[in-house]
Design a protein around this ligand. Sequence first.
Ligand code: HEM
Length: 563
Amino acid sequence: MHTVYLSDHSNIMMNKNMNTTNVAYSFSSVYYLPRNSLSLDMLFFVPEIQMLELLIACLVFITIHSIRQKKYQGLPNWPLVGMLPSLIIGVRHDLYEWISEVICRMNGTFLFKGPWFTNLNCVVTADPRNLEYLLKTKFSNFPKGEYFRNSVKDLLGDGIFGADDEIWQRQRKTASLEFHSAKFRQLTTESLLQLVHERLLPVLEDSIKQDAPVDLQDILLRLTFDNVCMIAFGVDPGCLSPGLPDIPFAQAFEAATETTIARFVTPTLVWKTMRLLHLGTERTLRQSIRGVDEFAQEVIRTRKKEVALETEDIKQRTDLLTVFMRQKDERELPLPDKFLRDVCVNFILAGRDTSSVALCWFFWLLNKHPDVEEKILAEICNIVNKRQNVSSEYNEDDLIFKPEEVKKMEYLHAALSESLRLYPSVPVDHKEVLEDDVFPDGTILKKGTKVIYAIYTMGRMEAIWGLDCREYKPERWIRDGRFMSESAYKFTAFNGGPRLCLGKDFAYYQMKFVAASILYRYHFTVVKDHTVAPKMALTMYLKHGLKVQLSRREKWEIQKYMT
Ligand code: HEM
């Protein structure tokens, strides 16, 4: 048998009808095929061979094009699937670190292109100039938007978290007045004191008696859930109680939030169809929202009766539900129950996990930085030492920090801020572009574009925090022995501009009070080989919790600072 080497397409076509000769190829795009490897039989598949050639050429072209785009856009952008392959790899590894790496490489901003069938296209930024523009300068051009509102509507209704414009403004105004009132401050400090001394410390003490490690994240999540329910509804659900019971309302709330978040990674048409057909996560969402609503309706019904009776107790109440119940709408009518429910559910969502998660990262960092723990302890003891009757008090287990003492804990404030800089409770946040615009860094924004601001990344940018940006250094926040705050567009853990976190002051108070109360009494050690990693969620939980072993602090450790 002869073998004829062909050198181009025409030869292949010409030889299509040859049936006695083996044919091999020498032209470039199939050069990798071993000579003699194609027999005559294959000639009958020439159209397929051309297809194969074409396919290979396309792949080569796409790969080169994608590599070029990686250089200019930060990530390879593939036909149909866009940058999804890179995102999938990023999610499997560590999404936040992956985003940070791309943003730092692109000097602060990049455009993510999702697959054509999804709504994942967005601008991702960590540039403080863009943040200031987005959150303050052109605030009204960057609302939360329809996409966000529609996704959260079933759980959050018209509450502050998903609302824009007037609906947001009215709630913000009422809640802001309330959050800054003396009565409200009293409610928050008293409810926290009660929870820490009657529930948190006994639960921790129990773990010491049993010599068993505890999941600090679970305990702190329970604490802040009870606390925010006391503030919003004026009701204590009792999640943090001996035996750490399962509370149906808390479980329903948890499930409702998780399934709502699932909508952000599911194409809109898909989750809407699932909702219509009552399937999968949408079925769970409906059931859990029912659980949340039943609890809310019961509380609202009872409170209405109390308000109608005008009892002494009700006149003293400053929880958000009672405050909003006293409000009237434009027609001087009481606000509808559904709206009251939305107000409370939104505040619970906003204040539920953020402080506890921040505290967990803080304790984990302290475990790695005993020098910082020492300095915090020294500061606390120094403050307690200034009390008149300190000698009798510091020996007692039930020492309670006073609000004015908590305020003076400036190094602790710095250590918590530094922890939030590296591990912000809300790692990424989102806005939508109302009208075409341009960011200060030149990024063009088309109407309807989603903007993601990467708060986690901001804490890891040398351009913002210097070469030591990845190190945990509370001293970064201290000038002349005092805590110095940073611009909200550089340290965005609490958001900035008109939508700055309403609970920021309370959150610091809560975290400082809890941290000081624990550190003054206990040593804690993260259990050996416990894996610490962030969970991919809207709040940056520790994926495996934080298992710690507690032991009592010796008296001499405190006394050495009391001189
Ligand atoms: C360490 C603790 C906290 C952190 C890091 C934090 C962070 C944030 C962030 C980033 C936002 C903006 C969210 C967005 O608009 O998408 C926000 C909003 C908000 N936060 Fe906080 N928060 C904390 C604690 C709290 C607490 C304890 C409360 C209430 C008791 C609270 C109440 C709110 C409210 C009501 C909003 C909505 C403000 C608005 O849209 O006008 N936060 N918070």
